[in-house]
Design a protein around this ligand. Sequence first.
Ligand code: ZN
Length: 512
Amino acid sequence: MNITVYDGAETIGGNKIYVEEGGRGVFLDFGMNFARYGEYFAEFLSERSVRGIHDPLYLGLIPGLNIYRSDLIPSDVDVTQYPKLNVEAVLLSHAHLDHCGNVGYLHESIPLVASATTLAILKAMRDSGRPSAGGEVVYYSPKEFSDDSRVLKSPYGKSYRGRDFICTDNISNELRDFLYIKPGQESKNAKKLESGEICCIGDRELPFDVRAFEVDHSIYGATACILYGDTAIAYTGDIRLHGKKGDETRKFVKEAKNVPALITEGTRVSREEDINVSEKDVYQNCLKVVEDNKGLVIADFSPRNFERLETFKEIAEKTSRQLVVTAKDAYMLHAIELADSESRMDGVGIYRELKDRRDKWETNIVMEKWGESYVDPVEIRRNPDSYILCFSFYDMKHLLDIKPKGGVYIYSSSEAYSEEQEFDFLRLYNWLETFNFRIYGFEIVFEGERLKPRFVRGYHASGHASKDELRWIIEEIDPDTIVPVHTENSEWFAENFEGVVLLKNGDSVKVN
Ligand SMILES: [Zn+2]
């Protein structure tokens, strides 16, 4: 079996790993490389959808291969000059954009292999968002040439097209229906969804025997996998041991014992200081903050970190407050309930955003199901002690409707890694100052000549394995060949283990 890392070899995220044998292969993830993307693009400068794959291909944000969606190739791009790979599927480890965010560029015939929960999350994200072409993971709006064939347009009235799905676990009829339908498509003028086929792993032939294992990460539905061909290769995806599903990770590690090759993430090995905060620590520390304070509590954690949402739900129950989420969060929770039958919305409120029109996913599903649970901003203003509000930076504008008089803000998410992200923290700080919030989880300090955020540990648990956890995982599996990805310090692996192969983007290794 051959492993080629097309992207993600030396960055955190952007994984595009091709595993091939006898001319047939699969991609392990096809994510967006935020580090490289950010070298060219910013908030008001992005790739142009009318130019299809032209922009990302020209800038090297997607590899030069002949594997892309046929409707995204403008007349001035010649894909035949690139190698054509026989990609029979893309295996998605989880629904974070640095792993799945470029799947929308892949040829429409390539099916998506993922867990039921991952499929549910991706579908809800697509229904409730407006992604660029690369982000059209589960279904896309087909494009065609405009009068100038270098320019692509989405013709009026043409249906959305769904990708085929191969689910790595059982799929309920309710989830099947959810994947087949776009909310509101039954109304006369609505754009329909022509869905692809949905089957389970084993129903459709793939180049390898694929075994997927649920693992612990900061999003539910995350899986690691083992591919069996003439030899066997395991892939961690993003993984950790210190969350609620740590035992699932341990099961994977046990099953992967003595697998000849391991492709592993190494997010945290580049960080000097590596104190491990567990999800339980987060619960204890945040509970104390809520117990010790009066007024409105805002909990800021990354979207789709449902485990953290459950942590704050427990804290809310313990402190006689109600957890209030955004309508989009509620839609996501609806979707994952279809996959794992766990209802997470009991007793949870939904923030009533002031807006003139609501999308169909909200009116037809969220309001239909939980219309009674909406909480008005004025109600929150009147009874701030009764709520924990799940907001993040982009929701700060809603404080203008709530007009809270003080309260606490708990930052429960990862640190800023770029200057741009640091600037967002200065803006966030201004919002919180305006409404007199006490801040936990970060502070603003003078460093040199300028203001910078400094993060206070204890309110966030990383989605990734610590150095010690990673060492344990690798020593237990004890592979002959180790290929690090999703890391900025692959040397750490070479210094600590035998059989490490350091690849650069585009490099291959043969595994026997
Ligand atoms: Zn991830």
